[in-house]
Design a protein around this ligand. Structure first.
Ligand code: ZN
Length: 319
């Protein structure tokens, strides 16, 4: 599982590395220049002491002195600039003009770090699942028959509207997006579409958590018994979007039941969106978990039933 903390930590590390390697040459040129131009060192020292005095004078409210100091440092900065220019020292360059590569703007994390964190999240998730292969544009509707069944349902029509729903879900995604429940048999594209949503949401700069029910519950369980705290569990409760894939395939215990209930309920109360995929019917969900879980799903989730014939099998047969 990839946590938000991990991706942000790594994004800051990457920025630091980039700044360091970019400025290395400049630093080397500079230290040589301090030796050949002792004037530069003097100017620097003077600028430093002016900076310290500036703080004191500002606090004292001495406007006259303030003006003198500001003019003096302006002059010194100009002299310094000229020396650097003459020695052909490149000007300081920033990747991000907003935060000057500090990663923060007035105490808040800058967009450049958020974007990098999203990239890291996508990179990490791609190691665990074929994020790149599961997109909306390669979701092939031709595998769903355009034939109305005796119960009045048409797989092609149903899946066309579900695909549309998923695309719009990404376009309009926000922290109060609705919850989705995808139901239906194996090989009908539930995982494909949820991965496409996850990829799209990451691209928009959000931090989803995706995992099979089995894996997510195992993570929570190992945290509980190893005494490592509950960082991952908390992340599942609070993340921008939680996707629980293949609910029902895992071994259920009273522990996993209570974890599932807590995830669904806590996220519902805080209004954070959750997507659940399952092969189970609502009745089976009630039997396997509890009535309070199935009733929450029924009343708070946009329930979509996938139709069709196992696509993996169709693809195998056509080979
Ligand atoms: Zn920035």
């Amino acid at each position: 599982m990839v946590s938000r903390e991990y991706t942000y930590k790594k994004a800051f590390e990457r920025q630091k590395e980039a700044v360091k390697s970019r400025n290395m040459k400049r630093e080397m040129l500079l230290s040589a220049l301090y030796l050949s131009e002792p004037e530069l060192g003097k100017i620097e020292n003077e600028l430093k002491s002016l900076g310290a005095r500036l703080a004191i004078v500002t606090l004292a409210g001495d406007k006259e002195q303030l003006k003198v100091i500001k003019e003096k440092s302006k002059l010194l900065s100009k002299q310094k600039k000229e020396i650097l220019k003459k020695a052909k020292i490149p000007a300081l360059k920033y990747d991000c003009d907003l935060c000057h590569d500090t990663g923060y703007i007035s105490g808040k994390i800058c967009d450049c770090i958020k974007k990098e964190a999203s990239r890291i999240m996508a990179e990490e998730l791609s190691k665990e699942m074929p994020l790149k292969d599961c997109r909306f544009d390669n979701f092939d509707l031709k595998f769903y028959f355009d034939k109305t069944d005796s119960d009045g349902t048409n797989p092609r029509k149903r899946m066309t509207s579900i695909l549309k729903l998923c695309r719009e879900y990404v376009i309009n995604f926000g922290l109060t997006s609705e919850n989705l429940l995808f139901m239906g048999g194996v090989g009908l594209g539930k995982t494909h579409l949820t991965m496409a949503i996850v990829g799209g949401v990451i691209e928009k700069g959000f931090m989803p958590i995706y995992g099979s029910a089995e894996n997510l519950f195992a993570i929570v369980e190992s945290e509980k018994f190893s005494g490592e705290g509950r960082g991952n569990y908390d992340a599942m409760l609070k993340c921008d979007l939680l996707v629980i894939d293949d609910l029902g395939a895992e071994m259920t215990t009273s522990f996993t039941k209570s974890v599932l209930y807590n995830l669904i309920n806590t996220r519902m109360l805080s209004g954070k969106p959750t997507i659940i995929n399952t092969n189970l019917s609502m009745k089976q969900i009630e039997e396997k978990y509890s009535a309070r879980i199935s009733s929450r799903l029924m009343s708070n989730y946009n329930v979509n039933k996938f139709l069709g014939t196992d696509i993996r099998q169709q693809k195998l047969l056509s080979k």
